[in-house]
Design a binder for this molecule. Structure first.
Ligand code: CA
Ligand code: CA
Length: 570
């Protein structure tokens, strides 16, 4: 016993300062506050506006009849020309949010900055970042704010002061790893993913100790020989096989399962990873894992042997609904691959999978019995081909039928509001060797294919089980912002040209808009204080579409980001 104490004393000696700085107790949010987030619409304590990531608020003071009277209350510069793709949290009248160069606490009623803690970053850290520099949000738990940093580290900050409590380096950014994901605290564990799927990484999901940042477990998302699924990778291809985990998992506290999506295979060439004979577990999948241990309870693979950069990372929204006349506990998921999935979240059984975009070339459909896609002839050919002479056109493109920006789900009307994309890509496989910090995709990417007669995207309201449209708004320039819906009958999202917009949730009619000064690629929230409802959104353009689309209409959209809060005029 005595010996043990001495050893513990020694082990802690180096980090005593850090440990004593942890707030002693009882500041929120507590575990119950996180679990009950959707029941307490005044505050937003979780990424996704609830562990289930429905992005639906029960607030209805601002509604379809009065939204035209919504006006800005304050604006705060975020002191950055980088994209703002985060979702703020709102706890006890204080807003917490990350940017790519600092972490902030803001008085939510006045917009006054309460603290701002800058990040210290090495200059070469941006070399292995495919699609701009991002951070999606913070997690809050018992007086501490947790966030990821682009240099593949995680930091914890005192909620009151912004003082850094600890930092954990997850992986070496020089090897192509980075971190942009909002962490989640589930069952007392801090869970994070990893980015770098275009740089030949091997993906994983990590669980960390909340007090020290020490890693408790790691679940790799590509299977090594001898592990379950290890026989779905030829040779040592799993080592650079991708499966990044760059968007936050949802959590069902009753089942105690976290649902986390995994990214594309690396390189993109499917034949390099064994072709049709090899599924490459567990890329382009959703993994149901135990937050305490990282144990994989079930998985469902959206795109086995993924060939087209169809990251399966998109949000897995928790929803209970009738399927074939029977109430089911489900997750719903709009995949990059163009299909909308309804999956039993207790066991991973596929309940429905339907096309939610105009055109899908890679598969003829999803076999509901086996849960597997039915390859098109083109895909069959691609799975056998390492190097292509001539390019094919493939729809959806590598950006998907829907990109990372999350859907909203109204549980009262069983409707999903989905920002969709409507374009293809030129696809020609080439040979590629892995080089540290360089693209490792094995594809000659020459650009996207647009249909000049069709819009490049739609905002759609759909029935999750059939993927049938209730309404659809054509978008000449597609949206890359998160969607939020409210009991007030409103659907909020933002455009790349800067308009923050409210639509009627029953008809898709545009009811209100406001020009925020830069493009919107973030996730709005709504909250309430002293009986008044507010809506907050960050403005600041960037990301994959402005970078790679060649869309001339976005050429003059200003950078320069800020945070806006709106309410009804008094
Ligand atoms: Ca809440
Ligand atoms: Ca990718």
């Amino acid at each position: 016993m005595k010996m043990k104490h001495t050893m513990l004393g020694l082990a802690l000696a180096g980090s005593v300062a850090a440990l004593t700085a942890i707030p002693a107790s009882a500041m929120g949010p507590t575990a119950a506050d996180l679990i009950n987030d959707t029941k307490t619409p005044g505050d937003v304590t979780t990424y996704g506006m609830g562990y289930g990531q429905q992005r639906f608020s029960k607030l209805n003071q601002i509604n379809r009849t009065n939204v035209k009277k919504m006006v800005p209350v304050w604006n705060l510069s975020l002191d950055s020309n980088q994209p703002q793709s985060q979702q703020p949290l709102l706890i006890d009248g204080i807003m917490y949010l990350p940017t790519v160069n600092a972490t902030l606490a803001v008085d939510a009623l006045t917009g006054k900055q309460l603290w701002r803690t800058p990040l210290e970053l090495p200059e070469d850290v941006y070399n292995a970042v495919c699609c701009g520099n991002h951070n999606r949000g913070v997690a809050a738990y018992e007086g501490v704010i947790y966030r990821t940093v682009i240099d593949a580290s995680i930091i914890a900050l005192d909620m009151k002061t912004g003082k850094q409590l600890w930092k954990t380096v997850v992986e070496d950014y020089k090897q192509g790893y980075s971190l942009t994901v909002a962490p989640v605290v589930a069952n007392g564990v801090l869970i994070t993913g990893i980015s770098g799927g275009e740089y030949g990484i091997r993906g994983f999901i990590d669980g960390h100790d909340l007090k020290t940042g020490k890693r408790l477990w790691r679940k790799f998302t590509t299977a090594a020989p001898g592990e379950p699924g290890g026989d779905t990778w030829p040779g040592d291809t799993y080592k650079r096989g991708g499966g990044s985990t760059w968007l936050t998992g949802s959590y069902d506290p009753e089942l105690d399962l976290v649902y986390w999506g995994t990214g594309n295979g690396g390189p993109w060439n499917p034949a390099f990873r064994g072709g049709a004979a090899m599924d490459n577990k567990y890329i382009a999948s959703v993994l149901a894992i135990r937050p305490k241990t990282g144990e994989l309870v079930w998985h469902y693979q959206f795109s086995p042997n993924d060939a087209y950069d169809y990251d399966g990372v998109n949000e897995n929204v928790i929803a209970d609904m009738k399927v074939d006349g029977k109430m089911r506990k489900t997750i719903i998921h709009a995949d990059r691959n163009g299909f909308f999935y309804v999956i039993d979240r207790t066991n991973g059984q596929l309940l429905a999978a339907n096309k939610f975009v105009n055109r899908v070339d890679w598969a003829k459909g999803i076999d509901i019995k086996t849960g597997r896609p039915i390859d098109s002839e083109m895909t069959e050919r691609h799975r056998k081909t390492l190097v292509m002479e001539k390019a094919d056109e493939v729809w959806p493109s590598a950006l998907g039928g829907k990109n990372w920006n999350p859907i909203s789900y109204n549980p009262e009307t069983n409707t999903a509001f989905v920002p969709t994309l409507n374009f293809g890509m030129s696809y020609r496989l080439v040979e590629q060797e892995w080089k540290r910090g360089q693209f490792y995709i094995g594809m000659d990417f020459t650009g996207f294919s647009y249909d000049s007669k069709q819009p490049r995207g739609y905002l759609k309201a759909i029935d999750p089980v059939t993927a049938k449209e209730k309404w659809s708004v054509p978008l000449p320039i597609p949206y890359f912002a998160g969607v939020m819906s409210t009991k007030g009958g409103l659907v909020f999202t933002g455009s790349l040209t800067g308009e923050f917009i409210a639509f009627d949730d029953q008809t898709g009619k545009k009811l209100w808009q406001f020009q925020t000064g830069s493009g919107i690629v973030s996730m709005p929230i709504t909250w309430e204080k002293n009986g008044k409802q507010y809506v907050t959104v960050a403005s600041g353009t960037g990301g994959v579409y402005p970078l790679y689309s060649g869309d001339e209409r976005l050429k003059n959209v200003p950078t320069g980001s800020s945070l806006w809060t709106f309410a009804l005029a008094d």
